[in-house]
Every structure is written in C-alpha cells, then in structure tokens.
Design a protein around this ligand. Structure first.
Ligand SMILES: Cc1cc2nc3c(=O)[nH]c(=O)nc-3n(C[C@H](O)[C@H](O)[C@H](O)COP(=O)(O)O)c2cc1C
Length: 369
C-alpha cells in the first residue's frame, strides 16, 4: 500500500540536552549539550527550515551520557530563543503526573504562542527507574499507563470538566484553566512494539519509530492504519522516523565518516546500552519493537539511525527521504555528528532538494489523474 501524501515533509532534530552526542563513539563530535550551544542550534535550525526540535528525557547516566538536562525546562529555553520552531518536550509517566504536565504545558503554550508539544516516553531503562525509586512496570503495563496518561492530558486540555476513573490516574470534574492556546498541543510517542503501535492507533497524534528501511517502515505504517480502522480512531496518526544523517559532497566521504564512527565505537558502553534496551521490544510478549533486532553497529547510534541510510550526497539523501515518505513518513527526525554545522548544511543542501522532489511527485500525480 502506498502512503504518499501531498503534505510537505516535516523535519525535526534531536536536541542534544544529554552529553556525549548521539553516537556511542570516541570519534570527534562537535556537539555541545549546554544551554548556550543549544539556543544557537535552535536558531540555526529554524532558519534552516526545521519545523521541530525533540528534547530527550533521561534521569541518569548508564553508559556515557553523563549529564542530562531536564526536558521541559530545557524546551522552554529553546522556545524563548526562537520564533517559529516547535519544541517537543519528552516526559516519562511515573515521575510526571498528568495534572502537572497538562498545566506546565498549558502555561508554556501561553508564554510561547502555542509552540510546545510533548513526547510521551514509556521507558526501557530499568537502572534509571531504580535510581530514582520509580516503580518498574512490565513492558505492556508501561504502555497501559502511558495510554491513560495521554487520555488524561488530552481530556484536561480539551474538556471543561474532566473525570477519569483509571487504573493509574483519577480525575474528578477537574477544570483546568487556562487551556493551552494555539490549538491542543500535539502528542508524540516513541516505541514500535505491538503495544506501542496499538497505543498510537488509539490515542497519539504522532508515532515515532527507530531508524529503519522504507520496507520496515511501511510494514509498521500498514499495521497502524489497519488498527486505526479497527479501533475507530477517527483521525490519522502521523509518522516520524529517526535517521542519523551523514551528508557530504561525495558518497565516499560520507561512508568514511560512518566507518570512522563505527571503528571508534566504545565497546563496553555499546554493550551496556544493549543490555539495558533488552527491556524494550525484546521484553514485549511478541518480542518485537525497538532494538529487538539491533546489531552492535546499529546500537552505536542510540535509535538505530544508520538503518535509515541517510548517508551520502545531498541528492542521494534527498531521494532516500522521498522513499521514506512513500512508505508513510510525515516527519524525518535527524541526528548529526556536529549538530550546528550539519543542521545548517542539511537545510541548505538537502531540504531544498526534498522540496523539489516533492513538487515533481505532486506534478506527476496530477498528470496521472
Ligand atoms: C524518537 C524516539 C524518541 C525517544 N525518546 C526517549 C527519551 O527521551 N527518553 C527515553 O527514556 N526513551 C525515549 N524513547 C523510547 C520510547 O519511549 C520507548 O520507551 C521505547 O522505544 C520502547 O520501545 P518498544 O515499544 O518497541 O519496546 C524514544 C523513542 C523514540 C523512537
């Protein structure tokens, strides 16, 4: 089934609010995790045609990533430094209570002219939960909790008097004021297990998945479309896919950078990460989902970003982005080795080509009709 639509693709970048960059490698990464670096990066990104910035939520180091700035406060700093960029704040049910998040985000929407969205993370890092004394739930229970969390924040944002008798959360004729401005903040979620896809097909606005081939992505999108119909969702879940982009003037140069990253991978840290992510997809009942089949090489990038193969010349990368769009992607989420420099380069050399190819595709469709 082709999923190609006429909407222009959206572009997002990972906010490096966690130290160590996005690859577990000792290769040089000219990427900072501090506030100043990130403010400038956000400004470059919005000038370069990026629509969204996605922050990360992490409470503790495990295998590198020694420093982690909190995501909602950090997102606010980026919004204050920009004018158009939307920032997606990542939050973890458990440490966050839906009443608090709904209110925080509503206030931030008033401060920033409605540019804040949220990414509801279900969790996979058991050591992190233990470190902060959070109850560890089984894989599918984590998604049951996240789903209730999403229903709750949406209910609070949209209803005058919100009541919920859930297994995890309770609300009694709660009337939160003020409501967010600029429309209801969009709800993103990560994960690709059965439970993650079902949650997306029931309640989320956006589904984020790890790096993948166009075929691998298409299978997930087909599944979500079928489940949306079955659950009677009534609106289409939008799809975002992760990719680690290495765009250089020649394909050889880009491939050499990838080889350098892999050759300098930090084996103990990659193995530590591999151990931790067994609590994601592999611990789901069907043993599918994020990281369930990731190789050592895949895991050098936290979210299997090499698999999307945005590694080559601007033209090669733009063409592969269009293939991901044909497989159902609405948004490409990007990580880079040297964020400020490469976000700018991507905006200058890749996004315009993607727009050209999108216009050609749209023209071809009109001609065929
Ligand atoms: C794009 C994306 C962003 C994510 N961001 C975070 C994050 O900031 N913090 C975190 O702990 N987990 C994050 N996750 C992990 C997911 O929320 C989820 O716990 C994990 O992917 C489990 O996958 P599964 O459903 O396949 O088991 C992210 C996942 C994706 C795909």
């Amino acid at each position: 089934m082709s999923h190609l639509n006429n909407e222009p693709l959206s572009f997002a970048y990972w906010v490096p609010n966690v130290s160590g960059g996005l690859v577990i490698s000792s290769v040089e990464q000219r990427t900072g995790w501090d506030v100043e670096y990130n403010r400038k990066l956000a400004q470059i990104a919005e000038r370069s045609g990026f629509d969204y910035a996605l922050s990360q939520i992490r409470f503790t180091a495990g295998y590198g990533a020694d420093n982690q700035h909190e995501s909602v406060a950090f997102s606010h700093a980026l919004l204050a430094a920009t004018e158009k960029l939307r920032v997606i704040a990542a939050v973890l049910p458990g440490p966050w209570n839906p009443a608090l998040l709904a209110k925080q985000v509503s206030t931030i929407s008033h401060i920033t002219n409605g540019r804040i969205d949220v990414n509801i993370v279900s969790g996979w890092f058991r050591g992190e939960f233990a470190a902060i004394g959070e109850l560890w739930l089984d894989h599918d229970e984590r998604y049951r909790r996240s789903e209730e969390f999403i229903r709750a924040i949406r209910g609070i944002w949209t209803e005058d008097s919100y009541t919920l008798r859930g297994d995890f959360y309770r609300f009694n004729e709660y009337s939160m004021k003020p409501k967010p401005i600029g429309g209801t903040p969009q709800v993103f979620q990560g994960g690709s297990s059965r439970a993650a896809r079902d949650m997306a097909a029931r309640v989320s606005d956006w589904y984020f998945t790890n790096g993948n081939t166009p075929e691998g992505l298409q299978k997930q999108v087909d599944d979500i479309r079928a489940k949306e119909l079955q659950f009677g969702k009534g609106w289409k879940t939008k799809i975002g896919i992760n990719a680690f982009a290495i765009v250089r003037e020649t394909e050889e140069e880009a491939k050499a950078v990838l080889k350098d990253i892999i050759d300098n991978a930090i084996p103990d840290a990659v193995k530590g990460f591999h151990h931790e992510v067994q609590n994601a997809g592999n611990s789901s009942p069907e043993r599918e989902g994020n990281w369930a089949k990731s190789t050592f090489e895949d895991l050098v990038q936290y979210n299997d970003g090499f698999r999307s193969n945005l590694i080559g010349t601007p033209r090669q990368v733009a063409e592969r982005i269009i293939e991901l769009k044909r497989s159902g992607a609405d948004l490409i989420l990007l990580g880079f080795l040297h964020f400020q420099e490469e976000v700018e380069y991507f905006g200058k050399h890749v996004i315009p080509l993607v727009r050209e190819l999108e216009a050609q595709e749209a023209g071809a469709r009109v001609a065929a009709e």
